[in-house]
Design a protein around this ligand. Structure first.
Ligand SMILES: [Zn+2]
Length: 75
């Protein structure tokens, strides 16, 4: 069952998520063997970014309880 759309306490928040405190994770891009940060998307559902060298896209699903690892390897 997936029916968790209308969550009760989402009304009247303290404004949009701060742009300065946007969470990020570090990713090692295997394609070019470079390290880069990717940031949480607006929806807060995944970290998305791209390889700084070849622009290969990568996205890592954000875990509800917070990811254990802040470091990932993009295959
Ligand atoms: Zn690359």
């Amino acid at each position: 069952m997936v029916a968790a759309q209308d969550s009760a306490d989402s009304h009247g928040g303290g404004g949009p998520p701060g742009a300065r405190t946007r969470p990020y994770i570090g990713v090692l891009f295997r394609c070019c063997h470079v390290y880069a940060r990717i940031y949480l998307n607006r929806a807060g559902t995944a970290y998305t970014g791209h390889c700084p060298k070849c622009a290969a896209r990568v996205s890592v699903k954000a875990r509800p309880g917070g990811s254990k690892s802040r470091f990932w390897i993009a295959e």
